[in-house]
Design a protein around this ligand. Structure first.
Ligand code: NAD
Ligand code: NA
Length: 397
C-alpha cells in the first residue's frame, strides 16, 4: 500500500495511480455503452491495447460490440513500493470490467515486434477463438528489435534536410519559447521507418494468415496522423512522416495479401491527442493546446474514446462501403482539419506567447489530459488515500 503522487521526469510521470487509471477505463466504458451497441466485430486482436487509441479500440470492441478481445501490450509490472506503468493498471481494470460483463478477454504482456509474442498470441487465438475478424494495430514505440536481423532500431522525431525553428510550449510551466531541431542524419529515416512504418504490421498479418487465424471478410486497421502545415516540417514531412507514408503504403500490400479471405486493411488518420508519445514531440503540445481550445468552443472536441467510437459507428461498421479519401485512408481527423478550425489556429499561433497562452490556448485541458494518462486528476478519487500498487492483471497469458 502506498500514497501515489505524480513524479515528473521530462515528459512523463514515473508513477501512475491504480485507482485513477481504473477510473479512466471505466469512464471510457461508460461512454461507449451509453451509445448503444454497434453491429461491429466479434473477435478482436488489439496490438497496443493498453493506452491511447489501442485501449479505446479494445473498449469499443468489447463494450460497444460485445466482442471477445485479446490485447497485446508492453507494460511495466508493479513492484513493492513502485507503481506499474499506466497501461498495466488500465489493462487490469479492463480485464476486471470485461469479466463483470461476461465478455471473453485475455491479455499478453511482451514485445509485439518479436516472433515469440506473435506466436504466443496466435496460439491463443487458435485455441480460444479460432479466428479473429478485426486486428487493430496501434503500437507507438521508440525502439524495435528486428526479429530477423536482431538489429535494434531507434526512431527519431526530426525534420529532413533543414533545421526546423518554431514556437513550442513547456506545458508544465506554460512558458512559450522558440525551439530549433537539427535535421536527421545517417540512418535516422531508415531506423524510424523500421520502428513506426508498416513492416511489423505486415508481419503480424502474414503470420495470422499463415495460421488460418483470420475470418472471411476480416479487417485490419492501423492508425496514422497527418496534421496541419504548422507541424509539417517536423511531423508529416519529417522522419516520422516517412514512417507513416510507409505504414499507409503497407495497407495496400496487406489488402492484397488478404484477398483469399476477402479481407481488407485500412489506415485511419486520427486527431491529434495528448498521449505519452505526442507530449514528447516539440511544437505539438502548443498546437494541441490551441486546437483543444477551438474545438471545445465549437463543441467538436474528442478524446481517444470519442474518436474510436466514431470510427466504428460511422466508418468501419455502417453496412455500407468504408468511406476513404483519395489515398484510401479513413479520416476521423476531419473535424481537426476543418478549414475554419485550421485558419483560426494559424491566427492564434502568431499571437501565442507565455503571457496570453492560458487565455488563447487550452493549457489547462492539455495538462489535465496529460495527468489523466497516469491516473491523476480524476474526480471522486481520493489521492490522499493509500492504495494497493500491487495490482494483478487477470487472464494475463
Ligand atoms: P500510446 O503510447 O498511448 O500506445 C502505445 C501502445 O503500444 C501501448 O499499448 C503500449 O503498451 C504498446 N507498445 C509499445 N511498444 C510495444 C511493444 N514493443 N510491444 C507491445 N506493445 C507495445 O500511443 P497512441 O498515441 O495511442 O498511438 C497509437 C497509434 O496512433 C500510433 O501509430 C500513433 O502514431 C497513432 N496516432 C497518434 C495520435 C496522437 O495524437 N497521439 C494521432 C494520430 C495517430
Ligand atoms: Na495505443
Amino acid at each position: 500500500m502506498m500514497i501515489v503522487k505524480p513524479l515528473m521526469r521530462g515528459f512523463i510521470s514515473l508513477t501512475s495511480h491504480p485507482v485513477g487509471c481504473e477510473k479512466n477505463v471505466v469512464n471510457q466504458i461508460e461512454y461507449t455503452k451509453k451509445k448503444g451497441l454497434v453491429s461491429g466485430p466479434k473477435k478482436v486482436l488489439v496490438i497496443g491495447a493498453s493506452t491511447g487509441f489501442g485501449l479505446a479500440s479494445r473498449i469499443v470492441s468489447a463494450f460497444g460490440s460485445n466482442a471477445s478481445t485479446i490485447g497485446v501490450f508492453f507494460e511495466k509490472a508493479p513492484a513493492e513500493g513502485k507503481t506499474a506503468s499506466p497501461g498495466w493498471y488500465n489493462s487490469a481494470a479492463f480485464q476486471k470490467e470485461a469479466a463483470k460483463a461476461g465478455l471473453y478477454a485475455k491479455s499478453i504482456n511482451g514485445d509485439a515486434f518479436s516472433d515469440e509474442i506473435k506466436k504466443k498470441t496466435i496460439d491463443l487465438i487458435k485455441s480460444d477463438l479460432g479466428k479473429v475478424d478485426l486486428v487493430v494495430y496501434s503500437l507507438a514505440s521508440p525502439v524495435r528489435t528486428h526479429p530477423k536481423t536482431g538489429v535494434t532500431h531507434r526512431s527519431v522525431l526530426k525534420p529532413i534536410g533543414q533545421v526546423f525553428t518554431d514556437k513550442t510550449v513547456d506545458f508544465h510551466t506554460g512558458k512559450v519559447t522558440t525551439v530549433s531541431i537539427e535535421p536527421c542524419v545517417g540512418d535516422d529515416i531508415e531506423n524510424t521507418v523500421a520502428v513506426m512504418g508498416g513492416e511489423d504490421w505486415q508481419m503480424w498479418m502474414e503470420a495470422l494468415l499463415e495460421a488460418d487465424a483470420l475470418s472471411d471478410n476480416a479487417m485490419t486497421v492501423a492508425y496514422s496522423y497527418i496534421g496541419p502545415q504548422l507541424t509539417e516540417a517536423v511531423y508529416r514531412r519529417g522522419t516520422i512522416g516517412k514512417a507513416k507514408d510507409h505504414l499507409e503504403a503497407t495497407a495496400f500490400k496487406i489488402s492484397d495479401l488478404l484477398k483469399g479471405v476477402s479481407g481488407k486493411a485500412y489506415v485511419s488518420v486520427n486527431k491529434a491527442l495528448v498521449t505519452q508519445a505526442s507530449s514528447a514531440i516539440p511544437v505539438i503540445p502548443l498546437y494541441i493546446s490551441l486546437l483543444y481550445k477551438i474545438m471545445k468552443a465549437e463543441g467538436i472536441h474528442e478524446g481517444c474514446i470519442e474518436q474510436i467510437d466514431r470510427l466504428y459507428r460511422e466508418r468501419l461498421y455502417t453496412n455500407e462501403s468504408v468511406p476513404t479519401d483519395d489515398k484510401g485512408r479513413i479520416r476521423i481527423d476531419d473535424w481537426e482539419m476543418r478549414e475554419d478550425i485550421q485558419a483560426r489556429i494559424v491566427e492564434l499561433w502568431k499571437q501565442a506567447e507565455t503571457e496570453n497562452l492560458s487565455e488563447i490556448g487550452d493549457l489547462e485541458g492539455y495538462k489535465s489530459d496529460f495527468f489523466n494518462l497516469f491516473g491523476f486528476g480524476f474526480e471522486n478519487v481520493n489521492y490522499a488515500d493509500e492504495v494497493n500498487e500491487m495490482v494483478a492483471i487477470d487472464n494475463l497469458v
